[in-house]
Design a protein around this ligand. Sequence first.
Ligand code: PLP
Length: 406
Amino acid sequence: MSLSQLAKSISESPTLKLNETAALLRDKGEPVIHLGGGEPKSKAPIDAIVSCAALLSTGDVKYTPADGIPALKKAIIRYTEEHYGRVAAAENVIASSGAKQSIMVLLHAILDPKEEVIFPVPYWVSYPEMVKLAGGVPVPVAARNGGFEPSVEEIAENVGTNTKAIIINSPNNPSGAVYSDEFIAGVVELCEKRDLYLIMDDTYNRLIFENRKPTNVYNFSHALSLDSSKLVVINCVSKMYAMTGFRIGWAVGGKQVVRAMTNIQSQETSGPAAPSQWAAVGALNGVQSSVESLRLTLENNRNVMMRRLDAFSGVKVVKPGGTFYCFPDFSAYEKDSQKLCHLLLDKVRVVTVPGRDFGMEGHLRMSFCGTVKEITEGVERIKWVLDPNAPNELYLGDRKLTRDWR
Ligand code: PLP
């Protein structure tokens, strides 16, 4: 079979693959603990369901405008005003099938072949592949100090004549790090000075802890209007409203780039599914208590995860300031994160994601979006596999495991 060079250069999303593996093992009755997940356990808000059901009950489910139904764009405009203090026009907004599609059509709209897109390490697994899909060249930038936030100087050192955009995701998937205001301000300034697009991926913006306020990237911009700026802000209902399956995300940016994105989306997929758009309208305009309740649950889960990992000698972990991920360093036990991930799945049926997929070896991404029981038992099982001082036997349900390694 002959496939394109592009197809051959793109790898499968490792997180989606792990979801499949976990589901297959569960179907076989295996006692899997999924610490690799990327979605909250809670249900979609009732306002989303009612709004979606209202459309479905008419049976009149048709194509929508390529950039989204007016009601959703209106809700996004209101959201932008409330959370960012910016007044957007309908032409500044595009709704897509998930934040993923918003980012993808944006990259298609701005990149010429071989143009470069910079993003900090560790990065969301999809950024390099999406940049490649759009014909560009991904340029991951690691902090020389080994931390989760490179300096603005380190980012600037990588800006060259081919650089077109910088992607920033804070709080960050996979590290959970909330980047400092100084860093965000510095990157905004760098983009404005060098005339680069800044793609601000705010997917986890409201899922932050210790009563911190979400960072508003516009506060650091000197642009007089959305249209005179190359800043594009990405959001979605996926994480904050636990609506991953609805597949609704959006971008707010200058009219010109949004028009180009709309043209591309109109040819690629047309508008997002109408029932999902109405669900998003319900979520955005409805009672917001579910976001706060999710945030509080995640903060509690984060604390449980940290206590468990802190008691795990040899594992270095930085407390995440947001998201539902942490990114501990297991290199004292195993430097090859893929090998470690397979070992944990194989021996004790715990799913994690290798740090290598996020650009940082020796780490594992561990999610705390599940239950407290899953977190505590998952970490206990990992400890049993790795800690040479752990007892020789472990019970998974009524199955007795005996350590025959290390
Ligand atoms: N951006 C980041 C950083 C993410 O972690 C994800 C999903 O995991 C997305 C974007 C995509 O979100 P959506 O499910 O709305 O496409």
